[in-house]
Design a protein around this ligand. Structure first.
Ligand SMILES: Cc1cc2nc3c(=O)[nH]c(=O)nc-3n(C[C@H](O)[C@H](O)[C@H](O)COP(=O)(O)O)c2cc1C
Length: 246
């Protein structure tokens, strides 16, 4: 198979890292892959903040709710939704930016940040590194803003820990492909059966890899989505100057 497709189909998150630095040329090539990514209207409303200092990585691990792999991996990249740069650009052109005061603005920034995150992960894995994306930084976004000195109109939406893998992980099964890829129009028929089938498949996977605490997919989403698990996102985003009412 094409090596890029093969790499992407072998995606897995890694949560065990060697104490081995990532050479600067390798890290820069990975960061360049994200820098070169597409953005809506070429607005480039994304920034990356690269943290390698061990004390600061330990602090991010703590902010994210105690995720040891963040402290262990030698590099943590925060992907920042960045309407600070665009506001400066708009002001230079004689206009006041308003897009950050809308759901559209946050959607644009989040999509562009997701593309950057995806490119970072693919590039890192192509360079022989392991990755784990981290949304846990949204548990306390104000602490991330303080740590990274983020200006108004920016928001730390997600991050990724990367480094050389110690204990390799395995490819996690997904919901049946026909509940993901829909031909021509969305198919709702048979979804419950497919979810039940996947719950069983995931239970077998957890057993295979010795994770006794692994849950079925339906129980996992139920547990997370019965509440707004990171309630600081909206108030801190508003504090940073974002609005969601138009
Ligand atoms: C945006 C995003 C945020 C995530 N946040 C975390 C996180 O905070 N901690 C963690 O250990 N894994 C996190 N993950 C990894 C998911 O748990 C993982 O991708 C999912 O279980 C599928 O497993 P796989 O990546 O090994 O295929 C995140 C993934 C994404 C895409």
């Amino acid at each position: 198979m094409n090596p890029t497709l093969d790499l992407m189909q072998q995606h897995r998150s890694s949560r065990s890292y060697l104490d081995k630095p990532v050479p600067a040329d390798v890290l820069n090539a990975v960061l360049d892959a994200a820098w070169r990514g597409p953005t809506s209207i070429n607005g480039q409303q994304v920034s990356l903040v690269v943290v390698q200092d061990p004390t600061r990585r330990a602090e991010i691990a703590r902010i994210a709710g105690g995720q040891p792999w963040i402290a262990q991996a030698p590099v943590f990249v925060t992907v920042v939704v960045d309407f600070h740069k665009t506001a400066v650009g708009a002001r230079l052109a004689g206009e006041e930016q308003v897009i950050h005061d809308s759901v559209e603005g946050f959607a644009v920034g989040a999509v562009d940040a997701g593309i950057a995150l995806g490119n970072l992960m693919t590039a890192a894995r192509a360079a022989g590194l392991g990755v784990v994306p981290i949304g846990g930084i949204r548990r306390d976004p104000q602490a991330m803003i303080n740590l990274l000195a983020l200006p108004p109109l920016t928001f730390p939406i997600a991050g990724v820990a990367l480094g050389y893998v110690d204990q390799d992980s395995s490819v996690k099964p997904r919901l049946p492909r026909d509940s993901f890829v829909h031909a021509e129009a969305y198919q709702t028929a048979g979804l419950e059966e497919r979810i039940q089938q996947y719950d069983q498949q995931l239970a077998a996977y957890w057993q295979d890899i010795g994770r006794a605490e692994g849950q079925p997919w339906s129980a996992n989403v139920a547990q997370f989505y019965r509440s707004v698990y990171f309630p600081q996102v909206a108030p801190v985003a508003r504090e940073q100057g974002f609005g969601f009412d138009r």
